[in-house]
Write a protein that binds this ligand. Structure first.
Ligand SMILES: Cc1cc2nc3c(=O)[nH]c(=O)nc-3n(C[C@H](O)[C@H](O)[C@H](O)COP(=O)(O)OP(=O)(O)OC[C@H]3O[C@@H](n4cnc5c(N)ncnc54)[C@H](O)[C@@H]3O)c2cc1C
Length: 459
């Protein structure tokens, strides 16, 4: 089945990665469409809990060319301010976004360049496809606790606020940024909370007058190209104006810390004997960063105020030195479990040769092994920063430049022959440019915005 409509590039997903890709393709005047099954930045708007704020301050967690309106540089934008921001950014250069259009399948065309993109609103031929469907797509939770034992179990992706949970205590499993923040919010609302703590890093929110995002940049850590072999989740929080995730403070507030949740057995939930190890390893990670920061200050002769008290972490709380190894949830009044255990990716719609033997995207900085297929927004796509807002911006620039280069090859013809017929990655003829449905921002040309805007959005 061939399509009536064609364009050079289809971007799947209008989160921050898809919008960044659209900005760079616009700068390069490459016709494209952004297809989004929900709405622009929908995961920020609807896929997170109510009180979530950005983990990084606004000067850092944004695209380089536009500030977040109404949010001071050292403040933390709410999830809705982030969603509004990406919507405003997309409108600022008239990004050709079609919302409410799900991409169902992408296949390579037979005996012709490019791909067939089957969507909920018809089929489109595209020279290239950028998969920008997110680093965190499918909630993952082990099914290890029987619902007979604890009837109400949800993933952190479904958590919104304490009121949605039935009366009673809560076991939060996972102490990365999501688990630690949710546990803290539940405790503040008056709930009894157990927090199951696995291996984690926990950087200081700030040190010597600089936020940790600054330190990660100054120390070159955002640019690390691959995780350490012992890479673990990171626990940070922008809530309440931003603060260090401190498990001693959480225990002092009445949260019972327990080790990794292992299984349920004979009416009890069993926890691993790893709590003390996990807490002290997180402490060591924090202290290591402070030492690296001190060395950096020294080496560069910076005038940043000393902060010796940051090195004093205090005694371990009793729940860590004498941990609970199993609990009867019914006796303890635990009525809910929140699994803050992360996400997987889902590329079942992408029927191309762009995956390795384990099913993971096979790519170099987002350029996949299948010519014309690209990925954006994946954790560690090119570096530690790749799944974050500013990181995906730079990855999108690289991917867009790669598409532009490929396009030049496709359009080349010896001078005496004139332009070649379009091939994969080349511009469709004017007649085959995207037809734009009424009511979408694609009504205006996706090709040639004002030069000032181009310079502004890509500065
Ligand atoms: C709880 C939480 C807090 C976070 N906080 C921060 C933070 O403070 N700072 C930061 O930099 N990062 C943060 N992140 C990480 C990251 O910034 C977000 O996950 C961000 O949403 C990723 O953007 P993205 O565009 O890559 O993907 P997404 O925002 O997930 O966007 C992908 C889009 O693709 C669409 N889509 C998926 N499949 C299809 C399909 N088949 N057809 C059409 N459309 C499709 C989805 O509807 C979605 O809108 C956080 C992540 C989580 C989970």
């Amino acid at each position: 089945m061939e399509a009536a409509e064609s364009t050079e590039v289809v971007i799947v997903g209008a989160g921050q990665s898809g919008i960044a890709a659209s900005a760079h393709l616009t700068r390069l005047r490459i016709p494209h469409l952004v297809l989004e099954k929900a709405d622009v930045a929908d995961r920020w708007r609807h896929g997170r809990w109510d009180s979530l704020v950005a983990n990084g301050p606004a000067w850092h967690d944004r695209f380089p060319t536009m500030e977040i309106p109404g949010v001071g540089p050292d403040e933390f934008a709410t999830k809705d301010q982030m969603a509004d921001y990406f919507g405003a950014f997309a409108r600022s250069f008239d990004a050709p976004v079609r919302t409410g259009v799900e991409v169902l399948a992408v296949t390579r065309r037979e005996s012709a360049p490019g791909f067939l993109v089957e969507t909920s609103a018809g089929t489109i031929v595209a020279g290239s496809v950028i998969a920008a469907t997110g680093p965190f797509q499918v909630p993952v939770a082990p099914r290890i606790i029987s619902e007979d034992l604890v009837p109400h179990q949800i993933h952190s992706a479904a958590y919104r606020n304490p009121h949605q949970l039935p009366e009673g205590g809560v076991l939060v499993v996972g102490a990365g940024s999501s688990g630690a923040q949710i546990a803290e919010e539940l405790r503040a609302s008056g709930r009894q909370v157990h927090l199951s703590v696995g291996p984690h890093d926990r950087p200081p929110r700030s040190y010597r007058d600089r936020d940790f995002v600054w330190w990660l940049g100054a120390l070159g850590k955002w640019d690390a190209t691959a995780p350490d072999s012992d890479h673990v989740t990171i626990a940070v929080s922008g809530a309440r104006g931003g603060h260090t995730v401190d498990f001693r403070e959480l225990a002092a507030a009445g949260i019972t810390l327990v080790g990794r949740t292992e299984a349920s057995q004979d009416g009890t939930i069993r926890f691993a004997d790893d709590l003390r190890r996990n807490i002290t390893a997180g402490d060591a990670n924090l202290l290591e960063l402070l030492e690296e920061a001190d060395a950096y200050v020294e080496a560069n002769g910076l005038n940043l105020p000393e902060e010796p008290e940051a090195h004093e972490l205090g005694d371990l709380p009793a729940c860590v030195t004498d941990p609970v190894r199993s609990i009867d949830p019914r006796a303890a009044g635990i009525t809910s479990i929140i699994w803050a255990t992360g996400y997987a990716q889902d590329f079942t719609w992408l029927h191309v040769d762009a995956f390795d033997a384990t099913g993971r995207p096979a790519h170099l900085r987002g350029v996949s092994t299948e010519s014309g297929i690209y990925f954006l927004g994946l954790p560690w796509l090119s570096r530690r920063g790749s799944s974050f807002i500013w990181g995906t911006w730079h990855d999108a620039m690289h991917v867009a430049d790669h598409i532009a280069t490929r396009r030049r090859y496709a359009q080349y013809a010896p001078a005496e022959q004139g332009a070649s017929t379009p091939t994969a990655g080349s511009a469709p003829s004017a007649a085959s440019r995207p037809s734009t449905p009424a009511g979408t921002s694609a009504e205006s040309s996706p090709t040639a915005p004002d030069q000032d805007i181009l310079e502004e959005i890509t500065r």
